[in-house]
Design a protein around this ligand. Structure first.
Ligand code: AMP
Length: 188
């Protein structure tokens, strides 16, 4: 199973990614997690990424494309779930190229749909627990703007390829997982 999980910040991607990983035994590849780890370890990529992440901007395409290409190429045909990648049309095209070279196809793209006000409420809540630096209100609003402008065009991109599956991201966590499972069971 090879899937992409996307949606606005705070849509619950991380939570549902954990469910999908446990249920279907796929490799979970999260660009946000990889970048946060790089920031923590103060690597060259981490230092560069931090300046963008702190403002809620996207890290340059070439940086994330390189990270993901290496990860996907090293998977040895194991199923995977991309979480937080691609986030731009440029990244989506680069992913197509990488997968093409490996002779792999994406099975489905899950879009977790949550409205802006719910997103802000959830993220401010998360900030109290996880203390992520990019979870303050101004940065969140910018992340939402970036999502609208740069990431939401992926919806049409994947819809035209017949891959888009929309899931309402509001409700109990288990309820949302159930909606995802209904879709993904078709690809087992
Ligand atoms: P996330 O944990 O997915 O919300 O990502 C946190 C931050 O990491 C984002 O606000 C971006 O600054 C950066 N980031 C994560 N994934 C990407 C990506 N695919 N392209 C560019 N920047 C990214």
């Amino acid at each position: 199973m090879k899937i992409i999980l996307f949606g606005p910040p705070g849509a619950g991607k991380g939570t549902q990614a954990q469910f999908i990983k446990d249920k279907y035994n796929v490799e979970h590849i999260s660009t946000g997690d990889v970048l946060r780890e790089a920031v923590k370890n103060k690597t060259e990529v981490g230092m560069l990424a931090k300046s963008y992440m702190d403002k809620g901007e996207l890290v340059p395409d070439e940086v994330v494309v390189k990270i993901i290409s290496e990860k996907v190429s090293n998977l040895d045909n194991k199923g995977f779930m991309l979480d937080g990648f691609p986030r731009t049309i440029t990244q989506a095209n680069a992913l197509n190229d990488v997968l093409g070279e490996l002779n792999l196809d994406i099975d489905a793209v899950i879009l977790l749909k949550v409205d802006d006000e719910e997103v802000i409420k959830r993220i401010l809540n998360r900030q109290k627990i996880e203390k992520r630096e990019d979870d303050n209100e101004d940065v969140v609003r910018n992340r939402l703007k970036v999502y609208r402008e740069q990431t939401s065009p992926l919806k049409k991109f994947y819809d035209e390829k017949g891959l888009l599956r929309e899931v309402v991201g509001i409700g109990e966590i288990s309820e949302i997982s159930g909606r995802i499972q209904e879709i993904l069971d078709n690809y087992v």
